[in-house]
Write a protein that binds this ligand. Structure first.
Ligand code: HH2
Length: 282
């Protein structure tokens, strides 16, 4: 029993860490299958970057990128679609995806109509402008209240599998991200399964840099990505969204096994019961 690992598959030319590597259909499917072989529980297919400052992609182009890849991978693994466009979500769910990863937290009706699961992520603003000057009175309280509200609305609309995600890096400063990571048990305490995505994000480059040096580039953020994924899993996150699947599956297995050993010995420690109900664990 371990937390789930969602592997990121960006079928885009401009994603912040792997843009252009999997834009081609064959490369995308091969990478998806590699992540499955590495232990991914879910492969998250996206056709539009949401990095700070990203420009929007037209619907036809996003459909062209995403749908064939979803169709090819769905027989092999649970596929989620990372989109904010209802038409793309509908098409991907029709092509075999069973989870709608919605960074706009607004497409619950689409998920309900398809009988799919739904991830509601918090974002302040839009990708184009969100990192200009993010502000909160109390970031943890505001994010938690927003997610609880959206989750309740979705449940009322008939979505039976609702996940919540604090949206690390989406309209948040380094301090906001750290506050949310520290307060994950509050989100977990809602009883809803929590997904967290810190993988390779820029705040890790800032924190990992030596004093007085430039932020670490994307390719040097694996240690901090693993550290924060492990932190999140220990705090009870039921799933982490990552680029480096094999390494994260090792960490997730360690977290799961540590819990089993702790439970067998009656030892104190973070229990699955504190973990989003522990429901979607493997
Ligand atoms: N982060 C990104 C995209 N989608 N979805 C959820 N639920 N949570 C996240 O933290 C999250 C997300 C950004 O990462 P990535 O997909 O690698 O980059 P890009 O948006 O540039 O494609």
């Amino acid at each position: 029993m371990r937390p789930l690992v969602m592997g990121v598959l960006n079928v885009t030319p401009d994603s912040f860490s792997d843009g252009g590597r999997y834009l081609d259909f064959d490369a995308a499917v091969a990478h998806g299958l590699d992540m499955v072989a590495a232990g991914a529980d879910v492969v998250d297919v996206g056709g539009e970057s949401s990095r700070p400052g990203a420009t929007e992609v037209g619907e036809a182009e996003e459909l062209r990128r995403v749908v064939p890849v979803v169709e090819a991978l769905a027989p092999h693994v649970r596929v989620s679609v990372d989109t904010v466009k209802p038409a793309v979500a509908e098409a991907a769910l029709g092509a075999g995806a069973t989870l709608l990863n919605d960074i706009s937290a607004s497409l619950w009706a689409t998920a309900a109509a398809a009988g799919a699961g739904w991830v509601a992520m918090h974002m302040q603003g839009t990708p184009r402008t969100m990192q200009r000057d993010p502000r909160y009175g109390d970031v943890v309280a505001e994010v938690a209240a927003f997610l609880a509200g959206r989750a309740a609305t979705a449940a009322e609309a008939g979505v039976r599998e609702v996940w919540i995600d604090p949206g690390i890096g989406f309209g948040k400063t380094v301090a906001h991200n750290l506050s949310l990571l520290r307060a994950l048990p509050a989100l977990v305490g809602t009883g809803l399964p929590v997904v967290v995505g810190t993988s390779r994000k820029s705040f890790l480059g800032v924190i990992g840099a030596r004093p007085g040096h430039d932020p670490l580039p994307v390719e040097r953020r694996l240690p901090a990505s693993l550290a924060t994924a492990t932190w999140a899993m220990l705090a009870g996150a039921a799933m982490v969204r990552v680029h480096d699947v094999a390494a994260t599956v090792q960490a997730a297995t360690l977290v799961g096994d540590t819990r089993l050993v702790g439970a067998a010995a009656g030892a104190a420690g973070p229990e699955p019961a504190a973990a989003g109900g522990g429901r979607p664990w493997r």
